[in-house]
Design a protein around this ligand. Structure first.
Ligand code: ADP
Ligand code: MG
Length: 225
């Protein structure tokens, strides 16, 4: 599903975001990516969907060779992925329902399918009561749920989440993680960046730990870090 081989990312000016990272993630896994702020978590996720381009090394994602992928094929890669960015990026002038149905429209779904599929996604993330609200009327947790539903519009094989619980209190964070685990059980591979070690310790999934751009540890599922 994901293969990184000796990947480094150095920005212009010399700041090193990632340094010789190698790892593999199999289909169906749920993997936490942890590390302090600035350790390279977001950079690693962005390399996977070619928002950033590696300075060195090879990257393979959902069977595509990201390293050599030409720019015009990047949308093909991204259609196979669900991406939840750190700041919820909902369209402010559209309701929850419209934000999700718009994603389906962009993907080229037939109008008849869009309504049904939007409703299914809204049910999945339990936003039935907020589906006609605008983003500014949603709580932080609800906004994150809407982003997750929208990211799932393309039936992605892989869902990448960058600190989806970053601005939420512990109860809401647990609800989001429980939702992601449900999505994972239904077959979607998940990589979630977080600096919240309390979540990670409680859920006992595989944990990749970054420190100053280096992969410091890889703790298998079921163990405490
Ligand atoms: N677009 C960018 N330009 C320059 N430096 C960047 C950029 N994005 C990230 N960095 C640097 O790369 C390092 C890792 O950042 P980041 O991946 O955002 O870490 P994290 O998500 O773990 O907080 C930091 O030192 C950050 O300043
Ligand atoms: Mg980050």
């Amino acid at each position: 599903m994901i293969k990184l081989d000796n990947v480094s990312l150095v920005f212009q000016g010399g700041s090193v975001a990632l340094s010789n990272v190698s790892t593999k993630i199999k289909e169906g896994e749920f993997v936490y990516l942890i590390g302090h702020s600035g350790s390279g978590k977001s950079s690693l996720l962005k390399l996977l969907y070619k928002e950033y381009v590696a300075t060195k090394g090879d990257i393979d994602v959902v069977g595509m060779d990201v390293t050599t992928l030409p720019k015009w094929k990047v949308p093909i890669l991204r259609r196979k992925l669900g991406i939840v960015t750190q700041e919820p990026q909902l369209l402010e002038d559209r309701t929850t329902f419209e934000n999700i149905s718009f994603a389906l429209e962009v993907l080229g779904y037939e109008e008849s399918e869009i309504e049904q599929k939007t409703s299914t996604l809204i049910e999945l993330v339990e936003l039935e009561e907020s589906m006609y609200k605008f983003p500014s009327q949603l709580s932080g947790g609800e906004q994150t749920r809407a982003c997750i539903a929208r990211a799932l519009a393309s039936n992605p094989l892989l869902l990448l989440c960058d600190e989806p619980t970053g601005n939420l209190d512990p109860t809401l964070s647990t609800q989001i993680v429980t939702l992601l685990e449900k999505i994972n059980r239904a077959g979607t591979t998940i990589v979630m960046a977080t600096h919240d070690s309390s979540i990670v310790n409680r859920r006992k999934k595989r944990v990749l730990q970054l420190h100053q751009g280096k992969l410091m540890s890889d703790v298998p599922q079921g163990r405490y870090i």
